[in-house]
Ligand binder design. Structure first.
Ligand code: 3H9
Length: 694
């Protein structure tokens, strides 16, 4: 029987089986909520039904509320109404879980009287990642099953956990013995777990049962220090509203009866849902998916299985690990046998560490190691499908590598360069296959950072772009396609941001003041700390390869002075800061060196407020982003925001620099940028024409 567009009910003997199918992730849109509620009510009204099962078709059980519906007028029934009907059902309800059971989907599972899970099922309450808290009982029910400490950790981080490690949550686990098989060879999980849940429900149909909130004793306030959690989260999730409300809601579980506490949870949820922070984070969720979604599946990418990474430095090793993690065969290439062995040793050590930390099994470690090899002989790369070059950042070096590869690789091999700044059109000209030359700009550490800028050069074919976007998706990255220009999109904007940080130093702000102002605004790390970590000399050298288009004697002079005094950052023990035993310390020498340079340039020191620092740096980003949109180097505002969220630690609760500008109002942004243009008299502060189009 059809209960709604997305939910059906079938009767199997005395069991009512409610099945949801709302591709791709069975999100709880209105028709799903209405269908499930109708199913529960119908089954409760029937004398020939003794128990109910809720299961899903497709690759996963319900992965949460339908995020697209937030921000639109709500349509009944609400999720709390549906879950209250499940908890209060006179017939026991069993959830049949597989895939990723998230958010409202996990709350639905917690509201059932029993749970059956396929081995390897992941559960989680990721609402804080959307600026929300669980709004349908998650903060009340989860602590009753896994304890306060574990529930606080799961809910405030939004991280998933495997039901394999949660025996108190799951009444029965299903293992069809498929663990040795590759994903493509495994049978579909949904029918297996749904069948098992129906048999389980038949076996327990006549047993007495309790509503889930009464199945276990409520958590005790004595078990954790909520204030410690509050101050820990104030640091870790600085500036964020939702994690603190999640703690309040979980605390309520220890202080109030279930029916009262769940009302309080709902109030907190609605306050979060209607906040600007949640609107920004929901925008971010879709912004980072739209970029990859715009590129067609490619026939080339499905034929790519062997990768060669050129350069066994830090970046090359990170890139090699990213590919190995996704199951690709990787040949690491460097100039000597010794360099190659050193590179392989570092990769081996990485997987050994992962195994020691319990993150991968011994079999997974061995599988990863079996995928790596190395050579210093280009002749062995003839059959490689994709080359990713991560060698020294110098045009002559890159051209030499690509022309040598061109002579030996098969005609279909795609050549990707990881260059951060160099002109890929120029690199492509050193080959006979410019249509297959592309940028694949990873961020360090490449196996961890999500962002990959996929750079389309003048002659790169659509096929090659589609292939590389798809390969990056297989690495579980956030790929964003951009055009050629100094620093592409991310680093080009970072240069504008860094340029202002450097000017502020010359005007009298200290590195600590600049960094702490930006961190207080929400950036994961201040710009000068980042510069010290990545090495001040890298952008210094890039500036020499690409001289600035504007003639400004103060341009990046604070950074240049550091390099001229051998202060390259953390790696030399000093940069904008000094480092002792890995600890970052303020360094008066920096102030002296920068003040002397400012004097030479005739720049007077002045008092600068934190607010001025924040405004100037963020507006520099916004104006440069708009310039890139005007030039067509960036495709749309969402792409820029996805880049900044995933590559530069931009605060997700502000959506991204361009979303932030739109939310403040472009009129005000243009006024402020115009003010800098007039008062600073710098050509780069001229408001971008694109700002009026946003
Ligand atoms: C919540 O539940 C609140 C409740 O506590 C209270 C309510 C009262 N809604 O990521 P993928 C789309 S808050 C709508 O590429 P994967 C996604 O946009 C919610 N759409 O696949 C994409 O669309 P397209 C808590 C959604 O296999 C497509 O599905 N839940 C939703 O790499 C495939 O997505 C979450 O936060 C959704 N909830 O990963 C879960 N989820 O093809 C968020 C996905 O048009 N979702 N889509 O680009 C995820 O974490 C991942 O999508 C998931 C699958 C792990 C499920």
């Amino acid at each position: 029987m059809s209960l709604s567009n997305t939910v059906t009910l079938t009767q199997q003997d005395n069991i009512g089986f409610i099945e949801v199918y709302n591709a791709p992730v069975n999100a709880l849109s209105q028709s799903v909520r209405a269908g499930i509620l109708a199913g529960i009510e119908w089954a409760n009204s029937r004398a020939d039904i003794d128990a109910i099962v809720i299961g899903c078709k497709g690759s996963t059980f319900i992965a949460g509320a339908d995020i697209k519906e937030f921000g639109q007028p709500p349509i009944a029934p609400s999720l709390p109404t549906v879950l209250s009907a499940i908890r209060n059902s006179k017939k026991p309800v069993t959830a049949a879980l597989h895939g990723t059971v998230l958010g409202g989907g996990f709350e639905l599972a917690l509201s059932c009287h029993y749970r059956i899970a396929m081995i390897g099922t992941n559960v989680g309450l990721p609402e804080v990642k959307l600026g929300l808290i669980p709004g349908a009982g998650g903060t009340q029910l989860l602590p009753r099953y896994i304890g306060l400490e574990n529930a606080l950790s799961m809910i405030t981080s939004g991280n998933m956990a495997s039901t394999d490690t949660m025996p108190d949550l799951v009444d029965m686990q299903i293992d069809e013995g498929t663990s040795g098989l590759k994903n493509a060879e495994k049978p579909e999980h949904a029918p297996i777990v749904n069948r098992a849940a129906i048999s389980f429900a038949a076996g327990t149909a006549s047993d007495p049962f309790l509503p889930p909130q009464h199945r276990r004793v409520p958590p005790s306030i004595k078990d954790v220090s909520f204030d410690e959690w509050r101050s820990k989260l104030a640091k870790k999730a600085k500036g964020q509203f939702a994690p603190q409300r999640a703690i309040d809601a979980i605390e309520a579980a220890t202080l109030r009866p279930f029916d009262e506490a769940i009302k309080l949870e709902r109030r907190f949820f609605l306050a979060c849902r209607d906040s600007e922070q949640s609107a920004s984070m929901r925008y971010a969720f879709f912004a980072e998916k739209q970029s990859a979604a715009a590129y067609k599946p490619s026939t080339i990418s499905s034929n790519i299985s062997s990768i060669s990474v050129i350069g066994a430095g830090t970046m090359g090793i990170g890139i090699a690990i990213a590919f190995i993690d996704a199951g690709f065969n990787v040949t690491l290439v460097d100039t000597t046998e010794e360099q190659c062995s050193l590179g392989l040793k570092k990769i081996r050590e990485h997987y050994e560490k992962m195994h020691e930390k319990g993150r991968i099994s011994i079999a997974e470690k061995q599988q990863a190691l079996s995928l790596m090899s190395s050579t210093y002989d280009y002749g062995k790369l003839a059959d490689i499908d994709l080359v990713v070059e991560a060698a020294f950042e110098k045009m002559s070096v890159k051209k030499m590598i690509f022309s040598s590869l061109d002579a030996v690789c098969k005609p279909s091999t795609i050549f990707a360069t990881n260059t951060s700044y160099l002109d890929i059109n120029d690199i492509a000209s050193s080959t006979t296959r410019p249509e297959l030359v592309i940028g694949m700009h990873f961020f360090s550490p490449a196996n961890i950072m999500k962002l990959v800028e996929v750079v389309k050069a003048k002659s790169t074919s659509e096929d090659a772009v589609n292939a590389v976007m798809n390969i990056a998706k297989q690495l579980r990255k956030v790929p964003v396609c951009v055009g050629v220009g100094f620093g592409f999109v991310g680093n080009r904007m970072y240069a504008a941001y860094g340029r202002e940080a450097n000017m502020l130093l010359l005007e009298g702000a200290s590195p600590e003041q600049i960094d702490s102002a930006m961190e207080a605004w929400g950036m994961a790390m201040g710009p000068l700390t980042v510069n010290d970590m990545s090495g001040i000399d890298i952008a210094y050298k890039a500036r020499r390869e690409y001289p600035p288009i504007y003639n400004d004697p103060a341009y990046f002079r604070a950074a240049d002075v550091m390099v001229e005094h051998g202060r390259l950052g953390r790696k030399t023990g000093a940069g904008f800061y000094r480092y002792e035993n890995g600890k970052r310390l303020a360094d008066p020498t920096t102030l002296t060196l920068v003040a002397a340079e400012a004097q030479k340039l005739g720049i007077e020191a002045r008092q600068i407020s934190d607010e001025d620092i924040q405004k100037r740096l963020v507006l520099a980003l916004v104006n440069e982003g708009a310039n890139l949109l005007e030039k067509g180097i960036a495709r749309n505002v969402e792409d820029i925001d996805a880049i900044w969220l995933n590559g530069y630690g931009f605060p997700r609760f502000r959506g991204g620099p361009m979303y932030y500008a739109k939310s403040v109002g472009t009129k005000l942004i243009i006024e402020n940028i115009s003010y800098f243009h007039l008062s600073e008299n710098k050509p780069w502060w001229e408001p971008s024409a694109y700002l009026n189009k946003m």
